[in-house]
Write a protein that binds this ligand. Structure first.
Ligand code: ADP
Ligand code: MG
Ligand code: MG
Length: 886
């Protein structure tokens, strides 16, 4: 026969699965000899049995009775005994903390008789009736299902009638009246009476707590926190101690350190003459613990000692619930406490210093998400008025800039050194240059998975999206808010991506202390030096290298300061934008080889200059340069815009611009229904004559230049979107030919590794043969995810990902966290077969997943050599690569 009930003396913290976190920790404190009121725990197994059948599991009530008898014997009185009642609490508590989501009933055992007994033995009528009204209220709502607001209402009316500012000012007569009112309320609402039998109260309360596992809010909380639905809750039955016994009693919560900053020293709130719930519920204003030190120094010192004992025992920050009954301190709950990112780093470092944990353990207790939060810039607090508007906080941080309404204007102003905020109804890939140039992006439409949000997060750029009360008028270069405020181009905005609020004017921002440290090495404050130590240790233990995705010298230099060990992805398409678009146009429109060669020749020195700068910034470290990847028509003007321009010219009797007509013709010719799967990547290199040669020549000549300048350039050339080894063989031949040519001309050794991206399932599946032609693999997990799932990212994310998340198709977007089962399997396969064909094949990843904590752990497990991510994610990746190696 299974066993469902455990005494506090029988449990311990390692039994949280069976006894729930609360029960297991109460048992642990009992074993440590801390003052815990005695009690027993009904296991989660019993709850699961109850939830499965809807019936109380056989044998449970006998077991509960047995444990209750032992509790009664130790207390020397019976549950609800008329002249001197034992009272108990019935408390929920699951394996994972779900604060306030389930139910707890206090003061079980009181009824119309025992309330009088309690009054007599305690010497306080007020206390007895206060406890009774609490029981009827909690039992009425939790067990009998009466709307808690009805009880609140009755209480409020009574306080008004008595002109009592709070419940402490109600006397025994008031509270007795309230009990009658509550009981009547229960009868009116449910047609049943509040049960007078203590045994029945206990039994029903236990079942009600079981049932509260499936309360709406508990389910919602579990979904958000990814807690499984089938764990169930344990139920703790514990002798009551009383904080509501007068001025020398009270109840409070404490942290063994400040959970916001990590600063050592007891931290918390206390409420005199109150039962536990009152502190959190905020019925009266609690006072800081310093006040308790004044009121009751002995209890305060005990609490501080116990806090220290707990922290040493758990070797971590703990939070504590406690009650003082007439000068005696009781511990009612503890657990390892939640904390901010700042506190997490500070505490971990501090505990290493105190010799409580190892550096490995400290590293395990901090995380990349927290580090990323510490890297966001801050608004100087206290400097803001009312916000102009607000939307969804999509990418955190604080940014200030002049409002601009299109990408070109953003680029133009940014080039002139101005900070701008790009304001759009929503963004498209065309807005990318503007987003790159802007400090922040503000949109009127779209949610957290909208283009603006996703791209901004990827770039570490501030973004507020879906600010519904603004209307954007790009032609008029202004937006309006619902209350009629007009914001013209150039007006300064402050955008808080952490709160979603947008202010008119410049609210001062400061780079976070963590970023200052990463940029300059300056360690201001304990949290920053804690971050420094965590990163140091991560660098020491990690096996994965960390590179950055960067395509200009500034980003490369920053990435290097942030600890990047090279560039894993240098995109060349951004080098084809801006002024150079004209030349790209000429190349595309060329009618003769000579025309095309002229355009390519004009592009060559510009590309060379780009590469020289990047190779210089990353001198001595590898720079993986990807040959042109996107379809060429992305560099031509928008089809619709051209058509409109031509039509307008015709309609007004003029002749359309000949160049426009030519362009539209080219755009129409090159139009693709599905550009993601069209003429791009290596395909482009194989069919557009001279393109690969020009790019490779620019790289090789940059290598020559850097070598002659005394540098150590380490360019690597990467061919995108290969699906068949034949494609790579052809591209490689061309690359090698040009390298040899430049080598010969210059007399400088320009050999560099030639590798490929693995971003199509076919490439992964034929990785063996491909590896024979490739000196390295770089997994482009963005495209590999798109092509493996058959998802067009731009189309699916906004359209239905939130529905998919809700329905549990996946727990996180596969574009944010690598899909191990599918895409991950292809990665593993390609690594294994690639290395079998070419021992020592270098492998890395350059998709956005390279900066995602969970994905980094996968890449470590899969045995990759490096991850590459945006410069701002480099410290995050270093940290997570270290944690993955623990
Ligand atoms: P939650 O999980 O919502 O915090 P708890 O089970 O911890 O619920 O109980 C709510 C409050 O009741 C807590 O503040 C706790 O301190 C108090 N409480 C629980 N059991 C007792 C008890 N035996 N004696 C006195 N107060 C108690
Ligand atoms: Mg609690
Ligand atoms: Mg790609």
């Amino acid at each position: 026969m299974s066993r469902y009930v455990y005494d506090f003396h029988e449990g311990g913290r390692d039994l949280a699965g069976l006894l729930g976190g609360k029960g297991a920790n109460l048992a642990e404190m009992t074993r440590m000899g801390l003052p815990v009121p005695p009690g027993f725990i009904v296991s989660t197994e019993a709850c699961r049995a109850f939830l499965a059948t809807g019936e109380e599991p056989a044998g449970l009530s006998a077991e509960v009775s047995r444990h209750l008898s032992a509790l009664e014997a130790s207390a020397g009185r019976l549950l609800g005994q008329a002249d001197d009642p034992l009272l108990v609490s019935v408390r929920s508590g699951a394996r994972f903390s779900m604060p306030g989501m389930m139910e707890t009933v206090l003061d079980i055992g009181l009824n119309d008789d025992s309330v009088l007994g309690l009054a007599k033995v305690s010497g306080s009528e007020r206390f007895a009736w206060d406890s009774y009204r609490r029981l009827v209220q909690m039992y009425g709502s939790t067990v009998m299902g009466v709307d808690p607001a009805l009880f609140e209402e009755a209480m409020t009316l009574l306080k008004e009638a008595r002109e009592a500012p709070d419940d402490v000012h109600l006397d025994a007569g008031d509270l007795a009246w309230l009990v009658e009112t509550y009981k009547r309320l229960i009868r009116d609402e449910t047609g049943r009476d509040f049960p007078q039998s203590p045994a029945q109260q206990l039994q029903q309360a236990v079942l009600a707590v079981f049932g509260s596992w499936n309360a709406e809010r508990a389910r919602l909380y579990r979904r958000r926190e990814h807690i499984p639905d089938d764990l169930g809750t344990a139920v703790t039955v514990q002798r009551m101690v009383f904080g509501n016994l007068g001025a020398d009693s009270g109840s409070g919560v404490a942290f063994t350190r400040d959970p916001a900053t990590g600063r050592p020293g007891l931290y918390g709130d206390y409420l005199a003459n109150a039962q536990g719930e009152d502190v959190v519920a905020g019925v009266r204003n609690a006072v800081p613990l310093a006040e308790l030190e004044r009121l009751d120094p002995r209890s305060y010192r005990r609490l501080r000692d116990h806090a220290q004992t707990l922290e040493r025992h758990y070797r971590d920050l703990c939070d504590i619930e406690f009650t003082i009954e007439r000068g005696t301190l009781w511990m009612l709950q503890t657990r390892v406490g939640k904390r901010t990112a700042e506190a997490a780093f500070a505490i971990a470092a501090e505990l290493v210093e105190e010799g409580l944990i190892s550096a490995d353990e400290a590293l395990a207790r901090v995380g990349g998400d927290g580090l990323a939060r510490l890297m966001f810039p801050r608004f100087d607090t206290g400097a803001t008025g009312a916000p102009l508007t607000h939307g969804i906080p999509a990418s955190p941080g604080a940014a200030v800039g002049a409002a601009v309404f299109d990408s070109a204007e953003a680029v133009r102003r940014a080039a002139a050194g101005e900070r701008v905020v790009l304001v759009r109804e929503e963004t498209t890939p065309d807005d990318l240059p503007g987003m790159v140039a802007a400090q922040a992006v503000l949109t009127g439409r779209g949610g957290k998975t909208s283009h603006a949000a996703v791209v901004a997060r990827g770039m570490g750029k501030v973004c507020v999206c879906g600010a519904q009360d603004i209307t954007v008028h790009p032609e008029a270069r202004r937006f309006t808010t619902r209350d009629g405020t007009v914001v013209e181009e150039g007006a300064v905005l402050s955008v808080d991506g952490s709160t979603g609020e947008v202010y008119a004017g410049a609210v001062a921002t400061v780079p976070s202390a963590t970023v200052r440290y990463l940029e300059t090495g300056e360690q201001a404050g304990s949290a920053v030096s804690a971050v420094a130590r965590a990163l140091e240790h991560a660098d020491h233990v990690r096996r994965l290298e960390v590179r950055a995705n960067a395509d200009n010298p500034e980003d490369a230099a920053r990435a290097r300061r942030f600890g990047a060990q090279g560039i894993g992805l240098c995109r060349t398409e951004h080098m084809f934008l801006g002024e150079r678009r004209k030349l790209v146009e000429e190349m595309i429109l060329a009618r003769t080889d000579a025309d095309r060669e002229r355009a390519l020749a004009a592009l060559l020195p510009l590309q060379r200059r780009d590469f020289t700068g990047i190779l210089e910034a990353m001198d001595g470290l590898p720079v993986t340069i990807r040959l042109l990847d996107p379809p060429l028509h992305e560099f031509l003007p928008d089809r619709m815009a051209l058509a409109v321009r031509i039509a307008t010219a015709e309609a007004t009797g003029g002749r359309p611009d000949a160049h426009d007509v030519e362009l539209l013709d080219a755009v129409n010719r090159m139009h693709e229904e599905n550009p993601m799967l069209g003429l791009r990547g290596v395909r482009l290199g194989l069919v557009v004559p001279g393109l690969v040669a020009m790019q490779v020549r620019a790289i090789a000549e940059a290598v020559v230049e850097r070598t002659r300048a005394g540098g150590a350039p380490r360019a690597e050339i990467m061919v995108p979107l290969v699906g068949a080894v034949e494609e790579l063989r052809l591209a490689r031949a061309e690359v090698s030919r040009v390298l040899a040519e430049v080598g010969e001309e210059s007399g400088v050794d320009v050999r560099c590794p030639i590798g490929t991206m693995i971003e199509l399932p076919r490439a992964a599946l034929t990785a063996g043969p491909i590896a024979e032609e490739a000196e390295f693999f770089s997994f482009g997990t963005n495209d590999l995810t798109q092509t493996t799932w058959g998802f067009s990212r731009d189309d699916v994310e906004a359209a239905f990902f939130s529905a998919y998340l809700d329905k549990g198709v996946f727990a996180a977007s596969p574009f944010e966290t690598l899909d191990r089962a599918g895409v991950g399997r292809l990665v593993r396969l390609a690594v294994a077969e690639g290395r079998a064909a070419r021992p020592g094949l270098e492998t890395g990843v350059c998709g956005e997943h390279g900066g995602d904590p969970e994905s980094i752990h996968f890449f470590h497990d899969a045995g990759l050599d490096y991850v590459s991510c945006s410069p701002f994610r480099v410290p995050v990746a270093r940290l997570e690569a270290g944690r993955a190696a623990l």
